[in-house]
Design a protein around this ligand. Structure first.
Ligand SMILES: N[C@@H](CCC(=O)N[C@@H](CS)C(=O)NCC(=O)O)C(=O)O
Length: 216
């Protein structure tokens, strides 16, 4: 199995899961700045030219939530409750909420403060962020209320919904997201950091750069 990744939030979820489940995968880092995801070889795998992408034999899959579900099914992990419809829709509800609401609200903070620094693409531009605070706070109140009395987002246990939502906000302090007033979110994020695979998901193995591996 191959996982193509860059150091950003969507790949982070998948890499953390790979590590958490102990999956033997070649994790291939793509060079975003050098255009590694714009090559014909990579575009053939993922026409969105984004990461992550998973290749398992002949099967190619993109979209981090789909990849996580696939990995859980493959490894028989109930982090994606494949055989429990009520639990499955509970997880699905939060995956959707993340993609349609939460990620859009917190993503710009993460981009300005973390993505730009990671890929050396300029200084943070804070000018557009204050206008996004009301929506972020509205959504944070929803999540905080849900997490009151809960340790996990869904099913009373760790699921891929935790990795999906937390990837957007785990760097909230560095990203200057106004989450300090939401104690249940902060407690949930801090507890997840006790999971080694979540706290340090980035592959340490020596890997070929992605462009070379794909050309190869
Ligand atoms: N919805 C997609 C998002 C994929 C995505 O936007 N990946 C970002 C990193 S978080 C990326 O590859 N960005 C590089 C670019 O846009 O050039 C998923 O969950 O996999």
């Amino acid at each position: 199995m191959k996982i193509y990744w860059i150091k950003a939030q969507a790949p982070r979820r998948v890499l953390a899961l790979v590590k958490y489940l102990g999956i033997d995968a070649d994790c291939i880092e793509m060079d975003l700045k050098a255009g590694g995801m714009k090559t014909p070889e990579y575009t053939a795998l993922n026409p969105n030219r984004k990461a992550p992408t998973m290749v398992d034999g002949d099967f190619v899959l993109w979209e981090s939530s789909a990849i996580m579900a696939y990995l859980c099914i493959r490894e028989r992990s109930d982090m994606w409750p494949a055989h429990h419809p009520a639990e499955q829709v509970e997880v699905l509800r939060w995956l959707s909420w993340n993609d349609h609401h939460w990620s859009r609200a917190v993503g710009p903070f993460y981009f300005e403060h973390v993505v730009k620094a990671t890929f050396h693409i300029g200084e943070p531009d804070r000018s557009s962020l204050p206008a996004m605070i009301p929506e972020l706070k509205t959504l944070a109140a929803v999540l905080d209320g849900h997490l009151a009395g809960r340790d996990f987002v869904a099913c009373n246990r760790l699921t891929i919904a935790d990795f999906q939502l937390a990837s957007m906000a785990c760097d909230w302090r560095r990203s200057e997201m106004p989450l300090g007033d939401y104690p249940h979110i902060v407690r949930w994020l801090d507890r997840l950091m006790h999971i080694p695979a979540w706290a340090e998901p980035w592959p340490t193995q020596a890997v070929e750069r992605g462009e070379k591996a794909l050309a190869g």
